[in-house]
Design a protein around this ligand. Structure first.
Ligand code: GA4
Length: 362
C-alpha cells in the first residue's frame, strides 16, 4: 500500500500544540553531509539545525553503508516475529532487554514492543544469548557492526557541532561517547500495524498473541489521527540517531512561524538518519542546542520498525555548560551534574517530564 501522508487538522497534545503535515513537514531541516562545500559551511549548517529553531535534522549522504542496516533489520524483524513466549526470554526490560507496551518504571504505556540494549560488545553478546538462541554470535556480530557504523556517524556530527559552535576543543563532544565505558544504548522499536490493534489487556497483547484482531479501540492512549506508539519526550543522552523503515509515525515539536509550537510529521525516509539533540547536549551548550520533544503516533496499516542509537558518556561524566557557551547575554543556565545523577532522576519520572528543568539555575 502507498505511504500514508495524513494531514491531521487540529490534534491537541499535552502542550496544546497543533499537528501539521504535508507542506509543513518541509520545516524539517535536511543536511546533505556529502554535498561538495567547505567543512566550515557544513558545520555551520549542522549547528544551525541543532540550534534554537529545531534540535533535529534529517541527515542524508551520511556515509553509513546500507548493508549493516539491512542485516540488523532482518535480524530484529526475525526476533519480533517469534511467538510472544519466546520473546519474553529477553525480558523484562529492567531497564534493558525486551519490553512490550510498558515504557520505563512509572506507568508509561505505548503501542509497541522493543529491544533495549547496552551498546557495548560484551553486553550485546550477553543479551544475544536470550534473543537469538540458535545463533547468538551472529546476532551480536550484526548488532555490533551496526553500532560501530552509527557511532562513527555520531562522532562526525558531534565534531561538526564542536566546530560550528566554535569550541576550543572541537572534539569535546565526540570524546565523551568514544570512551570504552560510554553508556550508549541501542533501541529497536516495533510498532504493530495500527489497523490491527484493539484493546486487549497488557497480558493478552504481550504474552498470548502477536497479531490481534482488527476491531477498533475505543480505549485510552489515543491522539486524534492515531494511537500513541511512543509518548512525547525528549531524549536524555547527548545525541540520538534514528533510522526507520518506510512507515511514517515520527513527529517532532517545533516552533511555527508565529513562535507557537506545532507537532510536525516527519515523512519516513529509510535511507536517512534522523538526528536528535539530547538533554545532555542542551545542558553542555547552555541551551544553545535544543533537546527536541518528539513522539510516535502510529496510523499506518503496516508495522513500523525503527532503530535508535543513543550516544551517551560514561556514568561518572560531569555535565556542565562549557565556558564558550556562557556569555553575559546567556548566563549559566544549568548547575553541574553527573550522567549517573541525571539517570537516577530520569528513571524516577514519567516519560514526558521536562527533566532538564530540574537542573536549571533560577
Ligand atoms: C527515552 C529515550 C530512550 O528510549 C530511553 C527511554 C527510557 C526507557 O525506555 O527505559 C525512559 C525514557 C527514555 C526517559 C524517562 C524514563 C527512562 C523511559 C522512562 C519513562 C531508553 C532513555 O534513555 O530515556
Amino acid at each position: 500500500p502507498a505511504r500514508q501522508e495524513t494531514v491531521v487538522a487540529a490534534a491537541t497534545s499535552t502542550h496544546g500544540a497543533v499537528v501539521v503535515g504535508g507542506g509543513a513537514a518541509g520545516c524539517i531541516p535536511t543536511v546533505d553531509m556529502s554535498a561538495p562545500r567547505g567543512r566550515a559551511a557544513l558545520s555551520r549548517q549542522v549547528a544551525r539545525a541543532c540550534g534554537e529553531q529545531h534540535g533535529f535534522f534529517r541527515a542524508v549522504g551520511h556515509g553509513v553503508p546500507p548493508a549493516p542496516a539491512a542485516r540488523l533489520d532482518s535480524a530484529t524483524a526475525a526476533f519480533f516475529a517469534l511467538p510472544p513466549g519466546e520473546k519474553q526470554r529477553a525480558g523484562p526490560p529492567s531497564p534493558l532487554g525486551y519490553g512490550c507496551r510498558s515504557i520505563g518504571f512509572n506507568g508509561d504505556v505505548g503501542e509497541l514492543e522493543y529491544l533495549l540494549l547496552h551498546a557495548n560488545p560484551a553486553a550485546v553478546a550477553h543479551k544475544a544469548r536470550t534473543i537469538d538462541t540458535t545463533d547468538p554470535s551472529r546476532f551480536s556480530a550484526v548488532v555490533n557492526e551496526y553500532i560501530e557504523a552509527v557511532r562513527q556517524l555520531a562522532c562526525e556530527i558531534l565534531d561538526l557541532l564542536g566546530e560550528g559552535l566554535g569550541l576550543k576543543d572541537t572534539r569535546y563532544f565526540s570524546k565523551l561517547i568514544t570512551s570504552t565505558d560510554s553508556d550508549s544504548l541501542l533501541r529497536i522499536n516495533h510498532y504493530p500495524p495500527s489497523c490491527t490493534i484493539h484493546k486487549l489487556d497488557h497480558d493478552d497483547q504481550c504474552k498470548m498473541k502477536s497479531v490481534v484482531s482488527s476491531k477498533a479501540s475505543n480505549g485510552a492512549n489515543l491522539t486524534a489521527g492515531g494511537r500513541v506508539g511512543f509518548g512525547e519526550h525528549s531524549d536524555p543522552q547527548i545525541l540520538s540517531l534514528l533510522r526507520a523503515n518506510d512507515v511514517d509515525g515520527l513527529q517532532v515539536l517545533l516552533p511555527d512561524r508565529d513562535g507557537k509550537e506545532a507537532w510536525v510529521q516527519v515523512p519516513a525516509d529509510p535511507s536517512a538518519f534522523f538526528v536528535n539533540v539530547g538533554d545532555l547536549l542542551q545542558a553542555l551548550t547552555n541551551g544553545k542546542l535544543i533537546s527536541v520533544r518528539h513522539r510516535v503516533i502510529a496510523t499506518a496499516c503496516r508495522p513500523r520498525l525503527s532503530t535508535i542509537y543513543f550516544a551517551a558518556p560514561p556514568l561518572h561524566t560531569r555535565i556542565s555548560p562549557l565556558a564558550e557557551t556562557i556569555t553575559t547575554s546567556n548566563p549559566r543556565r544549568y548547575r553541574p551534574f553527573t550522567w549517573a545523577e541525571y539517570k537516577t532522576t530520569m528513571y524516577s519520572l514519567r516519560l514526558s517530564h521536562s527533566r532538564l528543568d530540574l537542573f536549571k539555575i533560577d
